[in-house]
Write a protein that binds this ligand. Structure first.
Ligand SMILES: Nc1ncnc2c1ncn2[C@@H]1O[C@H](COP(=O)(O)OP(=O)(O)OP(=O)(O)O)[C@@H](O)[C@H]1O
Length: 276
């Protein structure tokens, strides 16, 4: 790390008599998890832009690890566009005990916390300013009683705004999965998400391409609906692995429609298990 203006480096802080009053020492914004949460790994699922199926990928990753026997949770940080609870058929409101909030539990045991569980009507819009939204996401970490989890997946809102910044600063994120779709801008979009993670010192586990292709139900031919994929080149340039390419799959869409995502086995991302 670069030398500080006053001539000392951050590693000197521990033994420095002026550490308390020094303005150049590094600030740690990390918040403690709820006292009743013991969480193994926190994996954030991000995308440089919206509409790439990030929630689908988040829930698919959670399902894969659940199928492996791990205890998993999903923190829905997409406050203004929450879709995780409905995917799992959850429509209840969250229960609270004083200062603490209990997550909902899906039929496969996945624990879920989302702003939709706090609204009187789930169709109510969330019309809050950025800092309020970021504060709610932080509370999903500090106030929610997650219990024992091997993995907590965070479904981030798209882009690189307030909430991703808050999550990266406040939660001990172990790795980031970038979701993208095939199109010309993919290089720039993946790079934006990648650069944000790198600047926040968080390892990028790899990239998932959604909507990669469609398999014709009659002839079995793969059709590149949104154009040829550029994800291999984009990932190679950044030195990160492609974790999977997901086609447009009517079975996945149906599971979402029927609110039975707890039954899904997403074979397209099966290779991620030993990368998490
Ligand atoms: N590979 C896929 N095959 C079929 N349907 C999909 C696929 N990926 C996503 N979908 C469907 O597309 C819709 C939108 O997906 P999703 O909610 O995951 O993300 P999104 O709203 O597009 O945006 P964001 O990326 O910001 O989360 C959902 O109804 C979902 O079921």
């Amino acid at each position: 790390m670069a030398e500080q203006q006053n001539g000392c480096s951050p590693s000197d802080c521990a033994g420095c008599a002026h550490a308390d009053s020094c303005t150049s020492k590094p600030v740690d914004f990390k918040k403690p998890a709820n006292a009743h949460s013991r969480i193994g790994k926190v994996i954030a699922v991000v995308s440089g832009k919206g509409g790439v199926g990030k929630s689908m990928v988040t829930a698919s990753l959670a399902r894969i690890m659940r199928e492996q026997g791990f205890s998993v949770g999903i923190l829905d940080a997409d406050i203004t566009g929450p879709s995780i609870p409905k995917m799992y058929g959850i429509h209840e409101t969250a229960k609270g005990t004083g200062e603490e909030i209990l997550p909902a539990e899906a039929k496969d045991g996945t624990k879920i916390m989302s702003v939709n569980l706090l609204l009187e009507h789930e169709s109510d819009p969330v019309i809050w300013r950025g800092p309020i939204i970021a504060g709610v996401v932080t509370q999903f970490w500090t106030d929610v009683v997650w219990g024992d989890l091997d993995y907590l997946f965070v479904d981030m809102p798209p882009g690189t705004g307030d909430v991703p910044l808050t999550v990266f600063q406040s939660l001990p994120v172990d790795g980031v999965v970038i979701v993208t779709s095939p199109q010309d801008l993919v290089q720039m979009i993946v790079e934006k998400a990648y650069n944000m993670a790198v600047q926040m010192n968080i390892p990028v586990l790899g990239v998932v391409e959604n909507y990669s292709y469609l398999v014709c139900p009659d002839c079995g031919k793969k059709i590149s609906v949104f154009g040829e994929s550029h994800v291999d080149d984009a990932a190679a340039k950044l030195g990160i692995p492609v974790l999977g390419k997901m086609p447009i799959d009517a079975g996945l869409a149906q599971a979402v429609e029927e609110e039975k995502f707890y039954e899904v086995s997403n074979e397209y991302l099966a290779g991620v298990v030993n990368k998490m």
